[in-house]
Design a protein around this ligand. Structure first.
Ligand SMILES: Cc1ncc(COP(=O)(O)O)c(C=O)c1O
Length: 443
């Protein structure tokens, strides 16, 4: 039972606390009163250091799309480790992974690698500035593009600091972020054509890029409206402002990524997670017109992009093996599994009389404390209610005790390692957790 003061995880947590502030290096994964420590993963299951087993519905925030111990990836890593883990000379695998990506994402005619989604988004924005000679970046309210100061603007705004609806403010996430940097962020509301276009038009002479996540996790994986996407596309083309899709998470929406599903092609695309087969990775890709800025063979360097571990052969090898195993049929199965999960959990919620919803697209799902999908960040925030975090923490704990690992904010992301039986088991286990949740909320 979690929490248990005498568990090995609790002991490790205390030990970790002495040497790491917060006991952990990832704020996103920490939960109270202690974090459970993993011992090993197999297929779609993780066993913790106390021997408890969980069906893993986080898959390291999507990266482990094949679950644990996926043989093609394990074999590729073994072979690569024997040959070399990193080297000053590039390896052929980098070209192979680039070819796979270029083949699948229509808006990616060329690509360059990075070590994380954060880094890739940062590089994409630097490139956009170098191309346009302008400095401001437009992003959506509540949009996540990694953890550096400019894109952290308006990541987790609230009623007290988000400003007027027709002119959203750019509050910082990290204390001490220079105001001069925040002044470079233009915040637009998701799905709101009128306000987005008004803000973009107003700032267009200073704008280097518009970056959006078209199926954001934080909004419960709602797909952006076609009309809003087309309005952004049209504005960006007309104004010479690169449109960037952050598909670090939602790249798993289809064989051709989120853009393939939504039918709108950006100038640049930021990728990560699944393309690395469980190893650290990021990538910035785009149309040739965008990517040309990186070509130092064609003239003087306009934007610098390098890194000791960038395109390291281990990530490239794992990425190639993972991506080759992701065929159109695999994506169809992942999507069918996602729909089955949502149907099963919806039934459980209805049986428990809960005013909740499991929203989602393809293999990405998210639990929320209201019914109709949210249209934007403010709606999601306000309809989630003031006790959202506390309630979700309670549900997260009950899911853990029912043997299901989900993200602390209710995200559930599938893997190819899940079988039909695993799905049924998930729904049965969730039934127990949701039943307890009703009892706890009533108490
Ligand atoms: C949409 C989006 N962008 C960027 C990132 C940052 O990627 P990374 O964690 O690899 O730095 C994430 C990570 O969750 C993400 O979901």
């Amino acid at each position: 039972m979690f929490p248990d003061d005498r568990s090995r995880s609790a002991t490790l947590f205390e030990r970790a606390r002495a040497v790491m502030p917060g006991a952990n290096t990832r704020h996103m994964v920490t939960f109270a009163p202690y974090v459970i420590y993993a011992r090993e993963g197999r297929g779609c299951r993780v066993t913790d250091v106390d021997g408890n087993s969980y069906l893993d519905w986080v898959n390291n925030f999507s990266a482990n799309i094949h679950g644990y111990g996926f043989e093609p990836v394990v074999e590729a890593l073994k072979r690569q480790a024997e040959r070399m883990t990193c080297c000053i000379l590039p390896e052929e695998k980098e070209i192979e992974l680039a070819e796979i990506i270029v083949d699948r994402w229509r808006g990616v005619e060329q690509v360059r690698f990075a070590n994380s989604g954060t880094e890739a988004a940062m590089v994409a924005l630097k490139a956009a500035r170098a191309i346009t000679g302008r400095s401001k970046i437009a992003k959506t309210e509540g949009g996540y593009h990694g953890q550096y100061d400019l894109v952290e603007a308006s990541f987790l705004p609230n009623e007290r600091n988000w400003g007027p609806k027709e002119r959203p403010a750019a509050p910082p996430l990290s204390h001490g972020t220079p105001q001069s940097l925040l002044d470079q962020a233009v915040i637009i509301p998701f799905n709101n054509i009128e306000v987005s276009l008004a803000r973009l038009e107003e700032e267009k002479d200073a704008l280097a890029a518009v970056i959006i996540d078209p199926i954001p996790a934080r909004l419960g994986f709602v797909e952006a409206d076609q009309s809003w996407l087309k309005a952004l596309r049209e504005f960006c083309t007309r104004s010479g402002v690169p449109l960037i899709f952050d598909e670090v998470f939602c790249g798993r929406a289809s064989f051709h990524g989120a853009q393939g599903r939504l039918g709108v092609i950006p100038d640049a695309t930021v990728l990560g997670k699944i393309i690395g087969g469980g190893m650290p990775i990021g990538a910035v890709g785009g149309l040739r017109s965008f990517m040309a800025i990186f070509d130092n063979l064609a003239g003087p360097l306009k934007v610098s992009h390098s890194g000791t571990f960038t395109a390291n052969p281990m990530s490239m090898a794992a990425g190639v093996a993972a991506m080759r195993a992701l065929t159109p049929e695999t994506f169809a199965r992942l999507e069918a599994d996602g729909e089955r999960l949502r149907a099963g959990i919806t039934e459980v919620m209805a049986d428990c009389g809960l005013d909740m919803r499991i929203n989602g697209v393809a293999s990405m799902s998210s639990l929320q404390f209201f019914q109709a999908p949210a249209r934007d960040y403010r709606e999601f925030h306000q309809r989630s209610g003031p006790n959202y975090l506390e309630r979700m923490r309670g549900l997260h704990r009950l899911m853990l005790n029912a043997g299901i690992l989900m993200a602390t904010r209710g995200l559930m992301v599938g893997s190819t390692a899940m079988t039909a039986e695993d799905l049924d088991e998930t729904i049965n286990r969730a039934r127990a957790a949701f039943g307890r949740f009703v009892e706890c909320e009533a108490a």
